[in-house]
Design a protein around this ligand. Structure first.
Ligand SMILES: Nc1nc2c(c(=O)[nH]1)N[C@H]1C(S)=C(S)[C@@H](COP(=O)(O)OP(=O)(O)OC[C@H]3O[C@@H](n4cnc5c(=O)[nH]c(N)nc54)[C@H](O)[C@@H]3O)O[C@H]1N2
Ligand SMILES: Nc1nc2c(c(=O)[nH]1)N[C@H]1C(S)=C(S)[C@@H](COP(=O)(O)OP(=O)(O)OC[C@H]3O[C@@H](n4cnc5c(=O)[nH]c(N)nc54)[C@H](O)[C@@H]3O)O[C@H]1N2
Ligand SMILES: [Mo]
Length: 639
């Protein structure tokens, strides 16, 4: 297995994780057969059964639940384990099946909904510039994004820009490996990015370089937004953000005089109480500077807004409207659920309020089915486990998480053991249950054809034949691509500036830190060696990741008598996890950091960071607040 050097975005580079993918497909702990629980929930004790037995039991349980409690008592809980459009969450594999049963709908809000909502308020869409155009930028702000860890392919475009003199600034509470490589790092207080955005624009106005023509032609709400900007002079912003005024002024001056400026922002900023608003306000910046006019200017967030596959909601298969359950609210919304059906997700490791989730999953009246590749902590609570295929073994259609190509995934090998793909599992279960709706039985290739048939101009010339032959096809967008040079996909066709008083929502951490017994803000970003909880069981990656660490600033360490290497409890009212202290000025006083992605069962104390992440929403899209939790760090009792 190797990367294809001709692929324009990846240029053949694999990351440390996917480099081990083949080995991972053959791992000793791979689940190869259907399993039935034999021990108590949570014990992970199972016996092997046949698919026939598994489907028999599932059929009886589902029918009984539907009879007694209605279809909505079923929660099809699909996660981001695969972003495939046929087998994974992007096309919502299984949707037709669940619609036929009248199951609750599942809202996959765990990742990017707050940011998407914030950007859409401003631009009418979360989509923005082509990330490849970063190569053309003169000033690049890597804002709340750890490119070298969580999306390293983009780095080559940053390097290309640098080769022609671009200046790169990382804005992050942590001095990440990306910040190390940047020309400048601004260590912002978590959750205060909107204030920095306003202050940078304050400098732009002082320099008089706002693009009056762009403002007049393509924006709305400028007069009141201008007042908002003027309310945030650099000194005030320095107090709120913790960034020295001189540094804000310097960056503001660069922003004022550098076209094109690209802002790359991804998921980090939005995981705060005011995260949606932060992206809403950051998105206003190129509206003021006019950067959207230029290739290499604007905001690059996710490219998913440029993908217009027909994801076939098939809501015609629904007999009546059903409720929607929220992924990040698993701990509380499970109250009214009798069947939890987990696929491509690992909620015990990845979802807020892990201790409450465990208590829910231990309920005897809850029937839990997990489709999995590996014996995760979530699998341990399953009544029935169904063995799932991996990328090398199933067919899929993918879109980039940060580029404009569609990609075809042709299976390379037969599935091991009795593993089945998601789509095939639902086809066979439907047959077992005697369901007659013909579209439940569409093949993977038929599903792919349907996905490509939305008729959207971006898919013109993008055919299944080409995809299968060429492996990837760039969607039909112009080159260079300046999506908003002539206007925005809003009702008025204009960029909508945030109204007065709506440009900044303070983080939970700042609002509640005073007098709290938990004075430290915990940030839990992407780990270099894991992909969410995927690879959390890979021996070599675990060896490289070492024991879980928590970064603590020297001042905070001294105040608590903590030294590097010491095992500590990171705790709050929700729970605790254990980690080894790394005393480091990579975090500012008041901020501690510990990467996500550990399997709780492979962690000291049997818990990961989500034991202390509260089930609490960001301001928009009900997004989670993974980086906005207050904790205390205390020495472990005992020897
Ligand atoms: N290696 C690796 N790569 C991954 C993943 C992984 O688990 N591991 N996960 C994938 C997935 S699903 C996603 S969604 C993305 C997530 O990856 P990113 O979008 O990069 O998101 P995070 O890692 O959550 O946060 C990015 C950076 O934002 C910083 N940050 C946190 N709070 C704030 C804030 O208030 N302001 C600012 N300015 N910065 C802040 C964090 O310190 C972190 O360095 O990565 C994808 N890629
Ligand atoms: N503390 C903290 N927690 C976080 C975050 C954070 O920043 N901090 N980030 C959040 C983010 S961005 C995300 S996207 C979520 C991810 O959370 P989830 O969506 O729950 O994803 P994972 O934890 O990666 O678990 C995915 C599981 O799917 C399985 N899998 C992979 N491919 C397939 C397949 O084709 N079929 C089946 N059946 N299974 C498959 C894998 O083995 C893995 O166990 O985590 C969130 N959790
Ligand atoms: Mo994500």
């Amino acid at each position: 297995m190797r990367g294809n050097p001709e692929q324009p975005y990846t240029r053949g580079a694999l990351c440390v994780k996917v480099n081990r993918y083949l080995e991972h497909t053959q791992a000793d702990d791979r689940i190869l057969y259907p399993l039935r629980r034999t021990g108590p929930k949570g014990s992970g004790e199972f016996e092997r059964i046949s698919w026939e037995e598994a489907f028999d039991e599932i059929t009886v349980r589902l029918r009984n639940i539907i009879d007694e409690h209605g279809g909505e008592a079923i929660w099809p809980y699909v996660g981001t384990g695969s972003l495939g459009y046929i087998q994974g969450c992007e096309g919502v594999a299984g949707r037709r099946f669940w619609n036929m049963l009248g199951a609750s709908k599942h809202w996959l809000n765990i990742c990017a909904t707050a940011g998407g909502a914030g950007l859409s308020l401003t631009n009418g869409t979360p989509a923005g510039m082509d990330p490849e155009h970063l190569a053309l930028s003169r000033l690049i702000l890597l804002w709340g994004t750890n490119t070298l860890t969580s999306g390293h392919h983009l780095w080559k475009f940053v390097q290309d820009a640098r080769a022609t003199g671009a200046y790169v600034v990382a804005i992050d509470p942590i001095r990440t490996r990306t910040a190390d490589q940047a020309d400048r790092h601004l260590a912002i207080r978590p959750g205060t990015d909107a204030v920095l955005a306003l202050a940078l624009l304050n400098v732009v106005l002082a320099e008089g370089t706002q693009d009056e023509e762009f403002l007049a032609e393509h924006t709305q709400g400028w007069e009141s937004f201008r007042e908002e900007i003027l309310a945030y002079p650099v000194e005030r912003a320095a107090e709120i953000t913790g960034i020295p005024a001189a540094d804000i002024r310097e960056l503001g001056t660069r922003l004022a005089h550098t076209r094109p400026t690209a802002i790359r922002t991804t998921m980090g900023i939005q995981r705060h109480a005011g995260g949606g608003t932060a992206l809403r306000t950051i998105a206003a910046i190129p509206g003021v500077t006019g950067d959207w006019r230029h290739p290499g200017g604007g905001v690059a967030y996710s490219t998913s807004g440029h993908v217009h596959l027909d994801i076939d909601k098939r809501d015609d298969l629904l007999a009546k409207p059903v409720r929607t359950l929220t992924m990040t609210r698993l701990a509380s919304e499970l109250d009214s659920v009798k069947c939890l059906w987990v696929y491509a997700a690992n909620p015990v490791g990845s979802t807020p309020d892990a201790n409450r989730i465990r208590r829910q999953l231990a309920r005897e009246d809850l029937f839990t089915v997990v489709m999995e590749q590996f014996p995760t902590d979530t699998v341990d609570y399953a009544d029935i486990v169904l063995p799932a295929t991996m990328q090398t073994e199933h067919m899929d259609l993918h879109a980039g998480y940060g580029h404009l190509y569609l990609l075809w995934n042709e299976p390379a090998v037969a599935p091991p053991g009795e593993c089945l793909s998601t789509a095939e599992t639902f086809r066979r279960l439907a047959a077992h249950m005697g369901m007659t709706e013909p579209s439940l039985y569409d093949s993977d290739l038929e599903l792919a054809e349907q996905l490509l048939s939305s008729g959207h101009p971006s898919l013109e010339g993008v055919t299944l034949d080409r995809l299968r032959k060429e492996g990837w096809v760039r969607m039909n967008y112009p080159q260079p691509f300046t999506p908003f040079a002539e206007g925005f996909p809003t009702a008025s066709g204009r960029l909508r500036f945030p109204p007065r008083g709506k440009a900044y929502v303070p983080p939970h951490s700042l609002r509640t830190a005073d007098g709290s017994p938990y004075p430290l803000t915990l940030v839990t970003p992407a780990a270099h060696t894991f992909l969410n909880t995927i690879f959390g069981n890979n021996p070599e990656l675990r060896r490289r990741a070492k024991e879980p660490v928590v970064l603590v600033n020297p001042a905070d360490a001294e105040a608590r008598g903590l030294v590097s290497g010491q095992r500590v409890r990171v705790h709050n009212a929700s729970g605790e996890f254990l980690a080894d202290v790394e005393v480091s000025d990579r975090v500012a006083p008041g901020v501690v950091a510990s990467p996500k992605g550990r399997w709780p069962k492979h962690s000291p104390g049997g818990a990961n960071a989500n034991a202390v992440v509260a089930e609490r929403d960001a301001d928009m899209g009900r997004g989670p607040a993974f980086h906005d939790n207050l904790v205390e760090v205390s020495p472990c009792a005992g020897p």
